[in-house]
Design a protein around this ligand. Sequence first.
Ligand code: GLN
Length: 333
Amino acid sequence: MDTMQEMQEWVESLERRARTRLGNGRVADYIPALAQRRADQFGIALCTNNGDVYCAGEAQESFSIQSIAKALLLTLALRVHGDTLWTRVGRNPSGMPFNSLTQLEVEGGKPRNPFINAGAIAVTDRLVSAFATPSKHLRDVARRLSANPTIHIDERVQASEWRHRDRNAAMAYLMKAFGHLDNDVDAVLQAYFSCCALSMSCVDLARAFNFLAAGGYARPLGEQFIAPDLSRRINSLLFTCGMYDAAGDFAYRAGLPAKSGVGGGIIAIVPGCFSVCAWSPALDECGNSVAAQYVLELLADDMGHGAGALLTTAPASGVAPWWPRPPSSRASR
Ligand code: GLN
């Protein structure tokens, strides 16, 4: 059996085992347009650093990426503004729900990190200053990184979130009052909701985020998308803050940089090896998909028990300089 076939069988076995968790959790309904998903949908896609994609379940089904957009928003804002971005947003875990107002008030309107709502709204404000239509810019970047020109913003989800914006609007006005937002609140919120309403599949997302597994190199663009040290730093933030107030729990369970969204998707990075996206709409109380977290935990566990060795066999063609070394430290865990 060749390595590609073994990889495919591994991903299929992950999908089979994760299905045992379907039905646990609740589909998000605070954005009514999201509530229409079935709780038992599930997909997984893995994109290796040489561009091969392995998938199982409903990996081609598009869903609302929601907070996964925050990782792309941050990447684009750091590309444009560099370290000055950190005057507007912090880099520490929040220990609070993703839509908490409490911390923002106490800490002078500076959000703890770019992956809670307030932080992503502050980051979006920096993009509103830089681009005429930040959401279209983000959509175009997502299209190019995924090599999928059909990726679009779901207007129905965007409109639904706009209608139910009270809490995010409260955060934005609070930041504006503290002088941490330069642009019109409505313009920033519209841009933020549009980015969250991007509709992408597990395959799209695994491809789009592969640059974080590949030291900043984006294979579909054929170029260094961000510098290697920035890629490392974004992964560190994903590790410490990407799963909201459950970031510590998820780090303990899977030990991977990851970003979740209330649409049920989670992207995770195995630096030097591959990016992976899992999706299932039913969420736990922190807003993270139950089955997607579980499959990533299984994946991490398997890699500690030999599956990672599959990745040490270089493909026949196009061997990239970042192709992984044997995960020997994991084998002895
Ligand atoms: N757009 C959603 C919101 O602002 C994103 C939240 C999430 O995915 N955790 O509430």
